[in-house]
Design a protein around this ligand. Structure first.
Ligand code: PMP
Length: 363
């Protein structure tokens, strides 16, 4: 039976998540598969967090407290931003979706981001019925923030900057972001997506969060999916002007963040040992990739995130498929409009070595 749906979503480009370990095990009959495709935590799930979740299992017959007030308090203490400016979501994806639904007016607004950016922005723009303006990057993949400001007009609802950027790994400086926030049209939000901020050094040179109260148009997005190792639980948060946060809260679906996810995120925020070890593994793995990839002929781009982007000496799709047969899942960047490139997530030391060895064999 044909059902009628909103015509504008019929030519929709669906979001394509990375392949799973199970899919590749089954497809190639392999016992050992490693996934370096979705920028997940190389150390797996923290044992401390797992224990806390187990302890809370008998509470799951209850609804969670709406808007996760306990987690908001913990985040507030952790980052030094008042509770009134913090909104927790079912992944930062949910906050992105809420922003589009609340801030962008169908058929009127436009939203600006870089070309080759995280697919959610484009997807949400389409669903919200607003124009998505893609701004060209500098060479090689720099983030020329002034170009974003130039593309904005009185109907621009939001400008998205991913920093560090997915998939290039580049980060914008606090100074440049502050300048951009100051020159955007009156009604336009600057949304800085900091999914990978934990991996930059030093963080205070890159995050505008310390200045959250100096700007009334700044939104910062963060996630527990990467450095905190909770991708499967879906928890992220936004730091927003309190008034805007109030609007979003009023219009949101209740209970989107589940009870176990809230407890797990609180435990993860306080699990310094796991967090610090993650950073150490990621930063040393990043250095290793920066050295090892050029040695086998790949062009590698400097990264401040938990992944690196590189251009192999053979077509990216061929390399991707050959690696799959060897049980290694990486991310070819065709869906980002970067058909020649591959993004590889930094894994454990052993995974990184296995990847470089396999890549050397297929090139
Ligand atoms: N923003 C960027 C730039 C990302 O790469 C991701 C994860 N792929 C997200 C947001 C979404 O993160 P979450 O898991 O919190 O929804």
């Amino acid at each position: 039976r044909e059902f009628s749906v909103r015509s504008e979503i019929l030519d929709f480009d669906p979001y394509t998540p990375g392949l799973t370990i199970e899919q590749i095990r089954e497809r190639y009959g392999l016992a050992n598969v490693i996934k370096l495709a979705s920028n997940e935590n190389p150390l797996g799930a923290s044992p401390v967090v797992q224990k806390v979740m187990a302890k809370n299992l008998d509470r799951i017959f209850r609804y969670p407290e709406n808007n996760t007030p306990k987690l908001v308090t913990e985040i507030s203490k952790h980052i030094g931003v008042p509770r009134e400016s913090i909104l927790v979501g079912n992944g930062s994806d949910e906050i992105i979706d809420m922003l589009f639904r609340m801030k962008a007016r169908p058929g009127v607004s436009n939203v600006i981001g870089y070309e080759h950016s995280f697919a959610m922005y484009r997807m949400c723009a389409k669903l919200a019925g607003v124009e998505y303006r893609e701004v060209k990057r500098g060479d090689p993949f720099e983030l020329p923030l002034d170009k974003l400001a130039k593309a904005a007009d009185e109907n621009t609802a939001m400008v998205f900057v991913t920093s560090p950027d997915n998939p290039t790994g580049q980060a914008a400086s606090v100074e440049d972001l502050s300048v951009l926030a100051g020159v955007l049209p009156k009604d336009c939000l600057l949304v800085v997506d900091e999914a990978y901020i934990d991996f930059v050094w030093p963080p205070e040179s890159y995050t505008p969060v310390q200045a959250y109260d100096k700007f009334d148009n700044l939104v910062v997005l963060r996630t527990f999916s990467k450095a905190y190792g909770l991708a499967g639980l879906r928890v992220g948060y936004g730091i927003l002007p309190p008034k805007l946060l109030g609007y979003l809260k009023n219009a949101r679906i209740p209970f989107t963040v589940n009870l176990l996810a809230e407890e797990a995120a609180i435990a993860a925020l306080n699990d310094d040992a796991f967090y610090n070890e993650t950073l150490q593994v990621v930063m040393s793995g990043r250095e290793y990739f920066m050295e090892a990839l050029p040695k086998i002929g790949c062009k590698v781009y400097p990264s401040q995130a938990n992944f690196v982007m590189f251009e192999p000496t053979k077509p990216a799709q061929t390399v991707f498929k050959s690696l799959l047969k060897k049980g290694i899942i990486v991310r070819p960047l065709g869906s980002f409009g970067l058909g020649k490139m591959i993004r590889v997530t930094i894994g454990t030391e052993a995974e990184n070595k296995q990847f470089i060895k396999a890549l050397g064999e297929v090139l």
